[in-house]
Design a protein around this ligand. Structure first.
Ligand SMILES: [Zn+2]
Length: 133
């Protein structure tokens, strides 16, 4: 109980964990495991740097700066993930549209989604049909 109290007091005015720190910790473990496998000196050094950085951020009292770093990191990673999902699934970009087939000439038509029941005019045969977008 007493140990817990002193721990709480110690961490009370410290920054603690955030997304960037979790990422640093994961990288630290990966590098450390790599070092165990490969025994390469620079991997050991990289793991140490990552570990020290994570601990430094956790114990930091400069909340503002740490939050700014975390914000920046979150921005970069979310941009990276959306870039990655676009690579995997390029049709996602057109997900704001729905594809209709003209019942008259089988021409493919792209219509914005979520407009409800709309009258669609085929640009090829000028046929009109009503459908839900
Ligand atoms: Zn048509």
């Amino acid at each position: 109980m007493k140990f817990r109290d002193s721990m709480n007091r110690f961490f009370q005015d410290r920054y603690g964990m955030d997304r960037l720190n979790r990422f640093l910790m994961i990288l630290f473990w990966i590098f450390w495991l790599l070092f165990l496998i490969t025994d390469l000196f620079w991997i050991d050094t990289a793991a140490m740097v990552l570990g020290v950085l994570a601990v430094f951020r956790m114990l930091s009292r400069n909340f503002e700066k740490r939050r700014a770093e975390n914000q920046k990191f979150t921005e970069i990673t979310s941009a990276f993930w959306s870039w990655l999902s676009n690579l995997k699934n390029p049709s996602r970009k057109s997900s704001a549209y729905k594809i209709f087939i003209c019942p008259n000439c089988q021409q493919k038509l792209r219509v914005p989604k979520g407009k409800g029941r709309i009258r669609i005019t085929c640009p090829r045969c000028q046929d009109e049909f009503i459908n839900r977008s």
